[in-house]
Each structure stands twice: as structure tokens, then as C-alpha cells.
Ligand binder design. Structure first.
Ligand SMILES: Cc1cc2nc3c(=O)[nH]c(=O)nc-3n(C[C@H](O)[C@H](O)[C@H](O)COP(=O)(O)OP(=O)(O)OC[C@H]3O[C@@H](n4cnc5c(N)ncnc54)[C@H](O)[C@@H]3O)c2cc1C
Length: 808
């Protein structure tokens, strides 16, 4: 080993990988007081992807907290030189995103609106104004542009040098030429890493190995869906007009990003279909290396570049740089503890925004390792959001190039990936396919979004092709009876003599209710924020079945296991695939149940469950509704799902998809984890304090009591728009007297009330009945009215049984 340092025998924390993610994580660990943290790099710092990055830093992301990470990076990159004496090459020249077609214009204007609600400066410019900022650009086909003055760029190698220097000044160590060859795991926990120079004991490991992370994670028994693609930019020799630094320019319709470099131009691309790359093909000694130029692949983008920048006609090309970069199955990175192995943290799969995000992401990862949680909710980056099926090589190699291509595509609502589909199917998949279901993929499952889809829907920010069809499905549930396939919901069986005491501690509601009860509850973190919201069926004194969100299974199981105390007699099993759930909803549901021999369901009270037989199929029925119509969620063995559906359909029920369900739940103000609820929000702001059992001690109670005493700053509100033609999608800023007072979280057309509806958090003073507000949809302001109740059937009369036996 050609290393001047020898690895220690023990470290407070180990960071594997010396790119921007590893250096930033080490720096922040040291800043948080972990002075014996060690970074192990198999070659030299930055030698993987970081050294050849275009290193643009643009703040605006799809969510507030992802944006906050980059805002943090910007502050750090601007200040680090002062602290360390090492320059980072930070240049704040802003960025410009141009629009050359009407849909892109809507897209960039929505981005501009989003920026306003996230506190990012952004301004719309005419074609002429954009041309003044970027004189080399052809402007005659521009419809407008958005200017973000706070963006910039950095020198990636200098940035890493500064971060490493700052870390070392606080006692941390960086050890180069030292590959990690194994991860030691004992009892489901990380206990150390192996290197050629010996093993190092430690309690926490951060895997920041970029495109090598799938293999790195596997050493710890962890599935990480990370796969590289080739990524290209052209470099020219000096051209007139690029003598001084220019803002970063994005021509998304041309698949291009452009900036100056050494008085020439750097023209990079996110082409519609990327080129995947097997990481094993790079070899063990791939360091400070590039991939071969591929002019055939780059040609369409070259033509776009020549169109946008006429000066390129005469510019001399220095090189077509081709470097590998890692992508994940859904285009967002991995940050946080793994589901499989305690103490093993992932900070990888940066999807081409690693330099922009790295400062903030390293900070958040270090906090996660030291405090047990990120400083704010980052569920979009939670490594536990994937199913292992998504990590298979074939799925990743098919998906990664599509993810690269989607980077600059217009993000139409409901957009679906076309690669790596069909990984998980519900027992009724073929039947739904036969009814022309349009499927959407969640946690590798295929879920019917709506039915009767004869062709791929056209991307639009206006009223979608499926609007009328979803309306028919809502009407079916509202006026007759519909079946929603909820089989993808996670089903976790919690059993054992201590199950009641355990769940009563981990959940915020009263979990001691008798068998036969369904309990809506939350699992909260110590800060009182939502980790999960779920419905528990108490099956027997020592058995509960938790029904959790489709993509929440791994995350919730990890949370439950983490909170099990030594000696507590509780076991967990994942029953998701063994069971199917069909929700029969609508005014004719009772008639159908009776016709199929389900007399037992008649007297089942609200939030009660019991066994029954429908059409000869044994089911467990629970009387509740996520859509606001009367009915039951019917759980049966997966192998019986086909027979159960055939019986329900034979008696008159018709299928309805996820879009109908979402529209109906928003009308009913039923909140959804990941949209309306997350780790920063508590039941107090969400208006869900009715599901909190204050008399008992549970995780998060102290924080919740404090939040209740202080009173919420924000409150969940229902916002009903006046214009039936408005199409809110969620994330829109909400204004009162010219000031942003909140933001929508989810939105849909409310077919039962004939108006678009959004849910969202508003400043508490504005969150009051009848308050007039305006909703900014792509910079057009739509008048709306606030209500603190569900938009539809606020008393809930429609979803309760006619003869209810419900008790307390
Ligand atoms: C052409 C191009 C342009 C880009 N432009 C931008 C941009 O404008 N803005 C932006 O934000 N991002 C950009 N990116 C993306 C950005 O560069 C990456 O997201 C980022 O550099 C990834 O950093 P990382 O630390 O995750 O990975 P890397 O830099 O690859 O670091 C991982 C390190 O882990 C080491 N390693 C691997 N296995 C082991 C092991 N077993 N033991 C020890 N060490 C190991 C490797 O040697 C490597 O040094 C661009 C990328 C490319 C390719």
C-alpha cells in the first residue's frame, strides 16, 4: 500500500470515498465534533467523478428542503476560503433558463413560482432581456427565460481540497490509496471496515463511493439502486465573447447547458436517452480517467448547440469530455441510514447534481450519523424508499439512461418512466390490463391509475386527457359502487406478548383498544414529526396488522425494529405480497355485500373490522373509507383476489384507479404521507391531533406538547379555487395581499364539488374559514377560498354505515 498514513484501529466514524460527497461529509462530521473521523479513498481525493464535473450550482429543486440543501452549499462555498485559506473557485454569475416552446414556458414559470415560495430569487425575462445577459446566444426563437441571480459554480477539486483541509484542521483524517475491501457487520450493525492495511473498528460508516456504490453497499448487505451513465460536455478553445465569466445557461429544449471555461465554452448535455455503463467495465484502477469521445452520440446535441450559439461554427474544439456519473432509479439521490444495516449510511447516487448538492448533503448526512436524523425532512432522498427489485442490474441498466434523459425533459404531471416496468404486479394485474388500465409505478409495483386508456396520455399542464374518465370512476364510487385495488399497501404483522405495550409507545394513538378495532395513528419522531401514518387492525390481543403506505414498508419496518427494546417480545413480518386488499366503496356497496352473502358486514361499525365471506371468499373487512363514501376495505389471500373481484364485479361493482382515489381523498382532506405529511410536520399543524392519545407516553409526545402549547405557526387548510378550469398540481405558492403565506401540498379536481382543490400549509392567521387567497399557478393568480374542513361532506355522513354500532 503506497500510503503515507496507516489506518487507525478505531475511528469515531468512517467515510468511504473522497469525492465531493465524502469530503463534505467528513468536514461536517468534524464540525459536529467527531474529531477522530476518517475518510478512506481508494485512490486520490476527487479521482472518481468529481474532478471533471462542470460544477454548476443551481439552487432550485423540486422541493423546499432539497432546495435548502443547495442554498446551504452556496453559503458554504462562498465562505470556505475565508475559513480554510483554500479557494473553492466559487463564482456567482447567476443562471438563465430559456424557454423555446409554450409548454416549456409554463414549466419555467412554474419553476419561477416555486422559487418564490422557497425564498430563491428568480425573475422572468423577455427574449431581449435574456439576450442582453447572454450576448452569444441566438434569441429569435425564445419565448422567455428565468433569471436566478444567486446561482454560480465552483472548482470541484479546489472545493474538495478546502473541505478536506477544514476537516483535517478539526482533527479528522483523510487517507488516500486505501480501498475499503469489506464491511464488518454483526447483529445487523456495522462494526468496522476492512482495508489492505488492516481493519478499522467503528460504529458508523458513510458510503460516498459515487458510481461504485451499488457494489460498496452490497458489502454491507444493503441494496443501493445506483448505476452510471456516460455524461458529455464539449470544450472549445477561447472564443470571442467568453473572455469574462458568463452565467450558466440552460437550453432544456435543446438538451444543453452552457458556461464559459478558460475563455472558451463548455457545452454539456442531458440527451434524451443516456448511455449506461457497467461499473465493472471501468476496472479497479479507474482514477482521473475519462471515457472515449462519442461524436455520433453527441451529434444531435451538437446541432442544437450550433443553433443556439452561432459562434460555435468557427470555434476550435478542445475535446468532447466523456465522464461517468451515477444515477438512481427515480432521479433523486440516496442520503440516510440503510434499511438493512444499522450504522451504515448512504450518501451517493447524486444524479448529476452532486457538486451543487454536496455541501448541504454532506452536512445533512453528518447530522444523520451524529443525531440520528437529518436536520430537516429529506424523504425524497431516503434510501429506504426503494424495493430490492429496483436494484437488480437489468432494471438499473435499463432505468439509468432514461433518468438521465428525463433530467431536462418537461416535467409534466403524472409523467411515468417507461423502462424497468412490471417488476411487481398485484394479483389482479392481468385483469386490470384487460380493462386498459394506465399503470403507474410505485415501489416497483404497477398500480392502475385509471382505466379505459387507449393511448399514452399527452403531457400537459392543462386539463389532462384522462379528466373525463377519472370523473366517471369517481361517479361510480359516488353513485354506485367502485373497487379500488389497494393491494400494494404495505402490511406489517406485529405479534407477541409485548405487542400492545410496544405499539402504544411507538404510535401516538391509543393502541390498547380491543381486538376488532381499527386504529388510525401516526408514528412520530422525537421532534413530534410524522415518520409514518397508518391504520392498525387489532386482530387479537397479541396481534396487529399495520396497513402502511405502498412505499413505506422498508422504512416503517426499520423504524419499528429500531425502537424495539432489549428483551421486548415482539416480532414483525411483512405480509404485503401474501395479502390483497380491495376497497369496495359507494352507496351500493352494502347491497353488493349482501348479495354475495356478506350479511356480517351490515352491522360492522365505523373503524371496526371482522371476518366475512363474500362470494365464497374469506375476507377480513374493515369499515373505513379513504374516499369518503361508505364501504369496506376487504383483505383476502392474494391467491383469492381474482375470485373476490369476479364476485364483486358480477354483483355490479366497477374498478376505479389511483387518480380517482387521490381526487376523492383530497376532497375529503385525508392527508397523505410524503405529500401533506412529513418528518417536519406534526399532528398539530396537520389538524390530526384528534388521533393523539395525550394521556399516554409515546415517542414524540414531549415535543408535541410543546408544539401544542406554542400554537402552530402553519396550519393545514383546504383551498378551493373559484375557476373550474384551473389546474393546481401541488407546490404552488399561496398569496394574501401580495405576500406568500403558504404553499399547496397536494391538489386535484374535486369532481363531487365541481372545483379544483388544493391542500396546503398556510400561516396560522390566514388559515381560517372563508379567507380569500390567491394561488399562483405558473405566475397566473387564481382566486380561492380557504376552509378548515373537508371540501366535500364535512360531517362525514356519507361514509358512515346507515346503522352504525360504532362506539368510543
Ligand atoms: C461531465 C459531468 C458534468 C457534471 N456537471 C455537474 C454540474 O454542473 N453540477 C453538479 O452539481 N454536478 C455535476 N456533475 C455531477 C457531479 O460531478 C457528481 O454528482 C459528483 O461529483 C459525485 O460526487 P461523489 O462524491 O458522489 O462521487 P465521486 O466523485 O465519484 O467520489 C467517489 C469516490 O469513491 C472512491 N471509492 C470508490 N470505491 C471505493 C472503495 N471501495 N474504497 C475507497 N474509496 C472508494 C472513488 O475512488 C471516488 O473517488 C457532473 C458530472 C459529470 C460526469
Amino acid at each position: 500500500m503506497a500510503d503515507q498514513y496507516s489506518p487507525p484501529s478505531h475511528a469515531g466514524a468512517i467515510v468511504i470515498g473522497g469525492g465531493v460527497m465524502g469530503c463534505s461529509t467528513l468536514y461536517h462530521l468534524a464540525k459536529l465534533g467527531i474529531r477522530d473521523a476518517v475518510l478512506l479513498e481508494r485512490n486520490k481525493l476527487t479521482s472518481g467523478t468529481t474532478w471533471h464535473s462542470a460544477a454548476q450550482v443551481r439552487a432550485l429543486r423540486s422541493s423546499r428542503n432539497l432546495t435548502r440543501l443547495i442554498q446551504y452549499s452556496i453559503g458554504l462555498y462562498a465562505e470556505l476560503e475565508q475559513e480554510t485559506g483554500q479557494a473553492t473557485g466559487w463564482i456567482n454569475k447567476g443562471s438563465l433558463s430559456i424557454a423555446t416552446n409554450p409548454d416549456r414556458l409554463v414549466h419555467v414559470r412554474r419553476q419561477e413560482a416555486l422559487a418564490h415560495s422557497f425564498g430563491v430569487r428568480a425573475e422572468f425575462l423577455s427574449a431581449e432581456e435574456a439576450g442582453e445577459i447572454w450576448p452569444l446566444m441566438r434569441c429569435d426563437d425564445l419565448l422567455g427565460a428565468v433569471w436566478s441571480p444567486d446561482d454560480g459554480r465552483v472548482n470541484p477539486s479546489d472545493l474538495c481540497a478546502a473541505l478536506a483541509k477544514g476537516a483535517r484542521a478539526r482533527g479528522a483524517r483523510t487517507i488516500e490509496d486505501t480501498p475499503v475491501t469489506g464491511i464488518q457487520v454483526s447483529g445487523g450493525r456495522v462494526v468496522g471496515v476492512e482495508t489492505a492495511g488492516g481493519a478499522i473498528r467503528c460504529d458508523a460508516v458513510a458510503l460516498c463511493t459515487g458510481l461504485w456504490s451499488r457494489a460498496g453497499a452490497a458489502m454491507a448487505g444493503v441494496a443501493a439502486p445506483v448505476w452510471p451513465c456516460e455524461h458529455f460536455y464539449l470544450l472549445t478553445k477561447p472564443v470571442p465573447g467568453a473572455e469574462h465569466h458568463l452565467p450558466s445557461l440552460s437550453d432544456h429544449d435543446g438538451h444543453l447547458y452552457i458556461r464559459d471555461e478558460s475563455q472558451g465554452l463548455l457545452v454539456g448535455c442531458f440527451e434524451p436517452q443516456g448511455k449506461p455503463l457497467d461499473p465493472a467495465s471501468l476496472g479497479e484502477d479507474f482514477a482521473f480517467q475519462l471515457l472515449p469521445e462519442d461524436w455520433d452520440h453527441f451529434e444531435p446535441m451538437m446541432l442544437n448547440a450550433l443553433h443556439r450559439l452561432p459562434v460555435l461554427e468557427t470555434a476550435e474544439v478542445r475535446m468532447l469530455l466523456n465522464g461517468p456519473e451515477s444515477f438512481t432509479s427515480d432521479g433523486s439521490f440516496l442520503l440516510g441510514e440503510s434499511a438493512e444495516t444499522r450504522g451504515f449510511f448512504l450518501g451517493c447516487g447524486m444524479n448529476s447534481v452532486g457538486v451543487a448538492t454536496g455541501g448541504g448533503a454532506g452536512m445533512a448526512l453528518a447530522h444523520c450519523m451524529v443525531d440520528g436524523h437529518t436536520p430537516y425532512d429529506l424523504h425524497e432522498a431516503d434510501p429506504k424508499r426503494f424495493h430490492p427489485a429496483e436494484t437488480a442490474v437489468e432494471a438499473l441498466a435499463a432505468r439509468a439512461p432514461e433518468v438521465l434523459g428525463k433530467h431536462y425533459e418537461i416535467a409534466y404531471p403524472g409523467r411515468q418512466m417507461s423502462s424497468a416496468r412490471g417488476l411487481r404486479q398485484t394479483p389482479l394485474h392481468d385483469r386490470w390490463a384487460g380493462q386498459q388500465a394506465r399503470f403507474g409505478q410505485v415501489y416497483a409495483w404497477e398500480r392502475p391509475l385509471y382505466f379505459g386508456c387507449e393511448q399514452e396520455p399527452k403531457g400537459t399542464f392543462g386539463r389532462p386527457d384522462w379528466f373525463a374518465q377519472v370523473g366517471r370512476e369517481v361517479t361510480q364510487a359516488h353513485e354506485a359502487a367502485a373497487v379500488f385495488d389497494l393491494s400494494t399497501f404495505g402490511k406489517i404483522l406485529v405479534e407477541g406478548p409485548d405487542a400492545e405495550a410496544f405499539l402504544d409507545r411507538v404510535c401516538a394513538n391509543d393502541m390498547t383498544r380491543a381486538p376488532g378495532r381499527a386504529i388510525y395513528t401516526a408514528m412520530l419522531n422525537e421532534r413530534g414529526g410524522f415518520e409514518s401514518d397508518l391504520t392498525a387492525l387489532r386482530l387479537e390481543a397479541e396481534r396487529y396488522r399495520l396497513s402502511v403506505g405502498t412505499s413505506a414498508v422498508a422504512r416503517d419496518l426499520a423504524w419499528l425494529r429500531r425502537h424495539l427494546r432489549e428483551g421486548e417480545r415482539v416480532t414483525f413480518s411483512d405480509e404485503t405480497e401474501a395479502l390483497a386488499i380491495l376497497a369496495l366503496m359507494g352507496p351500493e356497496a352494502l347491497e353488493i355485500a349482501l348479495a354475495l352473502g356478506g350479511a356480517a358486514l351490515h352491522d360492522l361499525g365505523y373503524f371496526r373490522h371482522g371476518p366475512a365471506e363474500l362470494g365464497g371468499v374469506p375476507v377480513r373487512a374493515v369499515r373505513l373509507s379513504y374516499v369518503g363514501e361508505a364501504g369496506w376495505e376487504l383483505t383476502c389471500r392474494a391467491s383469492d383476489a381474482e375470485a373476490l373481484y369476479a364476485a364483486l364485479a358480477g354483483a355490479g361493482a366497477r374498478p376505479a384507479g389511483l387518480y380517482a382515489q387521490t381526487a376523492m381523498r383530497i376532497e375529503k382532506r385525508f392527508l397523505s404521507m410524503g405529500h401533506d405529511l412529513d418528518g417536519d410536520v406534526s399532528p398539530i399543524e396537520a389538524g390530526l391531533a384528534f388521533a393523539v392519545h395525550w394521556e399516554r407516553d409515546f415517542i414524540g409526545r414531549d415535543a408535541l406538547v410543546k408544539r401544542r402549547q406554542a400554537g402552530p405557526k402553519l396550519r393545514m387548510a383546504t383551498i378551493i379555487l373559484d375557476d373550474p378550469g384551473a389546474v393546481p398540481l401541488g407546490h404552488e405558492p399561496v398569496y394574501l395581499e401580495g405576500e406568500v403565506i403558504g404553499q399547496t401540498t397536494s391538489a386535484a379536481f374535486g369532481y363531487r364539488i365541481g372545483r379544483p382543490i388544493a391542500l396546503g400549509y398556510l400561516e396560522a392567521e390566514a388559515a381560517r374559514e372563508g379567507q380569500a387567497v390567491t394561488v399562483d399557478i405558473g405566475r397566473a393568480l387564481f382566486p380561492a377560498r380557504v376552509t378548515m374542513e373537508p371540501a366535500y361532506d364535512p360531517s362525514g355522513a356519507r361514509m358512515r354505515p346507515l346503522k352504525s354500532t360504532e362506539g368510543d
